[in-house]
Design a protein around this ligand. Structure first.
Ligand SMILES: [Zn+2]
Length: 180
Protein backbone atom coordinates (compact mmCIF):
# COMPACT_ATOMS: atom_id res chain seq x y z
CA UNK A 1 0.00 0.00 0.00
CA UNK A 2 1.15 3.51 -0.66
CA UNK A 3 1.37 6.40 1.76
CA UNK A 4 -1.56 8.72 1.21
CA UNK A 5 -0.92 12.47 1.00
CA UNK A 6 -1.45 14.21 4.30
CA UNK A 7 -4.87 15.66 3.48
CA UNK A 8 -6.47 12.33 2.83
CA UNK A 9 -8.38 10.20 5.27
CA UNK A 10 -6.46 7.61 7.22
CA UNK A 11 -7.48 4.02 6.52
CA UNK A 12 -9.94 2.77 9.10
CA UNK A 13 -8.23 -0.58 9.36
CA UNK A 14 -4.63 -1.53 8.70
CA UNK A 15 -2.05 -4.13 9.57
CA UNK A 16 0.06 -2.26 12.11
CA UNK A 17 2.68 -5.02 12.30
CA UNK A 18 3.27 -5.02 8.58
CA UNK A 19 3.62 -1.25 8.56
CA UNK A 20 6.03 -1.48 11.50
CA UNK A 21 8.14 -4.03 9.60
CA UNK A 22 8.32 -1.57 6.72
CA UNK A 23 8.88 1.42 9.01
CA UNK A 24 6.14 3.31 7.30
CA UNK A 25 4.75 6.69 8.16
CA UNK A 26 1.18 7.74 7.68
CA UNK A 27 -0.43 11.07 8.05
CA UNK A 28 -3.94 12.09 7.30
CA UNK A 29 -7.23 12.95 8.82
CA UNK A 30 -9.66 11.14 11.01
CA UNK A 31 -13.11 12.23 9.84
CA UNK A 32 -15.26 13.79 12.55
CA UNK A 33 -18.07 11.41 11.52
CA UNK A 34 -15.89 8.48 12.56
CA UNK A 35 -15.60 9.73 16.13
CA UNK A 36 -18.96 8.74 17.56
CA UNK A 37 -17.74 8.00 21.07
CA UNK A 38 -15.94 11.33 21.29
CA UNK A 39 -19.01 13.09 19.89
CA UNK A 40 -21.01 11.52 22.73
CA UNK A 41 -19.02 13.25 25.47
CA UNK A 42 -18.25 16.67 23.97
CA UNK A 43 -20.58 19.35 22.70
CA UNK A 44 -19.33 18.81 19.16
CA UNK A 45 -16.27 17.72 17.24
CA UNK A 46 -15.09 20.77 15.33
CA UNK A 47 -13.89 19.32 12.04
CA UNK A 48 -11.57 16.49 11.21
CA UNK A 49 -8.73 15.45 13.48
CA UNK A 50 -5.26 15.30 11.92
CA UNK A 51 -2.91 12.51 12.83
CA UNK A 52 0.61 11.44 12.01
CA UNK A 53 1.73 7.91 12.73
CA UNK A 54 5.21 6.54 12.63
CA UNK A 55 5.38 2.73 12.53
CA UNK A 56 8.56 1.09 13.63
CA UNK A 57 10.22 -1.69 15.59
CA UNK A 58 12.27 -0.88 18.62
CA UNK A 59 15.55 -2.49 19.63
CA UNK A 60 13.75 -5.26 21.49
CA UNK A 61 11.60 -6.06 18.50
CA UNK A 62 8.37 -4.52 19.76
CA UNK A 63 6.04 -3.24 17.10
CA UNK A 64 5.60 0.42 17.90
CA UNK A 65 3.58 3.35 16.66
CA UNK A 66 4.61 6.85 17.61
CA UNK A 67 1.88 9.30 16.85
CA UNK A 68 0.41 12.71 17.27
CA UNK A 69 -3.14 13.94 17.09
CA UNK A 70 -4.32 17.45 16.63
CA UNK A 71 -7.82 18.83 16.27
CA UNK A 72 -10.50 20.77 18.04
CA UNK A 73 -13.63 19.97 19.97
CA UNK A 74 -16.29 22.19 21.48
CA UNK A 75 -16.99 21.83 25.18
CA UNK A 76 -19.53 23.61 27.31
CA UNK A 77 -18.02 26.34 29.43
CA UNK A 78 -18.83 25.31 33.00
CA UNK A 79 -19.64 28.90 33.93
CA UNK A 80 -21.96 30.13 31.18
CA UNK A 81 -22.81 26.73 29.62
CA UNK A 82 -22.08 28.03 26.15
CA UNK A 83 -19.98 25.98 23.72
CA UNK A 84 -16.35 26.97 23.53
CA UNK A 85 -13.49 25.60 21.44
CA UNK A 86 -10.96 23.39 23.16
CA UNK A 87 -7.79 22.17 21.50
CA UNK A 88 -7.25 18.49 21.16
CA UNK A 89 -3.59 17.66 21.10
CA UNK A 90 -1.78 14.59 22.21
CA UNK A 91 1.11 12.37 21.39
CA UNK A 92 1.38 8.72 22.18
CA UNK A 93 3.54 5.67 21.84
CA UNK A 94 1.83 2.37 21.25
CA UNK A 95 3.15 -1.14 21.45
CA UNK A 96 1.13 -3.38 19.14
CA UNK A 97 0.43 -6.70 20.84
CA UNK A 98 -1.69 -9.79 20.23
CA UNK A 99 -3.24 -10.07 23.67
CA UNK A 100 -3.70 -8.35 27.00
CA UNK A 101 -1.16 -10.73 28.52
CA UNK A 102 1.43 -9.61 26.02
CA UNK A 103 0.47 -6.01 26.68
CA UNK A 104 1.32 -6.40 30.35
CA UNK A 105 4.85 -7.42 29.44
CA UNK A 106 5.54 -4.26 27.45
CA UNK A 107 7.98 -1.69 28.80
CA UNK A 108 5.99 0.99 30.56
CA UNK A 109 6.69 3.71 28.01
CA UNK A 110 4.63 1.76 25.47
CA UNK A 111 0.86 1.78 25.76
CA UNK A 112 -0.50 -1.57 24.69
CA UNK A 113 -2.83 -1.61 21.69
CA UNK A 114 -4.23 -5.00 20.86
CA UNK A 115 -4.37 -6.17 17.28
CA UNK A 116 -5.65 -9.74 17.58
CA UNK A 117 -6.42 -10.26 13.90
CA UNK A 118 -4.97 -9.32 10.53
CA UNK A 119 -5.96 -5.73 10.95
CA UNK A 120 -6.12 -3.10 13.64
CA UNK A 121 -9.17 -0.86 13.89
CA UNK A 122 -7.14 2.33 13.70
CA UNK A 123 -10.05 4.70 14.25
CA UNK A 124 -11.03 2.90 17.42
CA UNK A 125 -7.47 3.01 18.77
CA UNK A 126 -7.12 6.70 17.93
CA UNK A 127 -10.49 7.43 19.44
CA UNK A 128 -9.40 5.76 22.69
CA UNK A 129 -6.41 8.07 22.67
CA UNK A 130 -8.60 11.14 22.16
CA UNK A 131 -10.93 10.11 24.99
CA UNK A 132 -8.01 9.66 27.37
CA UNK A 133 -6.73 13.14 26.53
CA UNK A 134 -9.91 15.16 26.44
CA UNK A 135 -9.89 18.23 28.61
CA UNK A 136 -12.31 17.44 31.42
CA UNK A 137 -13.66 20.88 32.15
CA UNK A 138 -13.59 24.10 30.23
CA UNK A 139 -14.00 27.72 31.20
CA UNK A 140 -13.85 30.78 29.00
CA UNK A 141 -10.74 32.86 29.66
CA UNK A 142 -12.80 36.00 29.83
CA UNK A 143 -15.41 36.63 32.51
CA UNK A 144 -18.33 35.24 30.54
CA UNK A 145 -20.76 35.43 33.46
CA UNK A 146 -20.64 38.48 35.68
CA UNK A 147 -19.23 37.42 39.04
CA UNK A 148 -22.29 38.57 40.99
CA UNK A 149 -24.23 35.80 39.23
CA UNK A 150 -21.73 33.30 40.42
CA UNK A 151 -21.67 33.51 44.17
CA UNK A 152 -19.97 30.90 46.26
CA UNK A 153 -22.08 27.82 46.87
CA UNK A 154 -24.38 28.58 43.97
CA UNK A 155 -24.32 26.22 41.04
CA UNK A 156 -24.83 27.53 37.53
CA UNK A 157 -27.95 26.09 35.87
CA UNK A 158 -27.11 22.41 35.95
CA UNK A 159 -29.38 20.89 33.35
CA UNK A 160 -26.39 19.28 31.75
CA UNK A 161 -25.97 16.48 34.25
CA UNK A 162 -27.55 13.73 32.20
CA UNK A 163 -24.68 14.04 29.74
CA UNK A 164 -22.35 11.11 30.02
CA UNK A 165 -19.53 11.89 32.39
CA UNK A 166 -16.15 11.74 30.61
CA UNK A 167 -14.63 10.26 33.76
CA UNK A 168 -16.94 7.30 33.45
CA UNK A 169 -15.79 6.71 29.87
CA UNK A 170 -12.24 6.91 31.09
CA UNK A 171 -12.85 4.30 33.77
CA UNK A 172 -14.44 2.00 31.24
CA UNK A 173 -11.47 2.41 28.97
CA UNK A 174 -9.03 1.68 31.73
CA UNK A 175 -11.08 -1.26 32.90
CA UNK A 176 -11.26 -2.80 29.45
CA UNK A 177 -7.54 -2.49 28.80
CA UNK A 178 -6.87 -4.65 31.83
CA UNK A 179 -4.10 -2.42 33.10
CA UNK A 180 -4.30 -0.63 36.38
ZN1 LIG B 1 -18.27 30.86 29.58
Amino acid sequence: MSIPPSKSELPRRLDARKLAQREQQLSGTLPATGLERVAGVVESVAGDVRATLDFSRDLEGHFTVTGQLDGEVKLLCQRCLQPMPAPLECSFQWGIVWSEEQGKALPKELDPVIQDSDELDLYEALEDEILLNLPMVAYHDEECVASEHFRAGEEPAGEDEQRENPFKVLEQLKGSSGKS
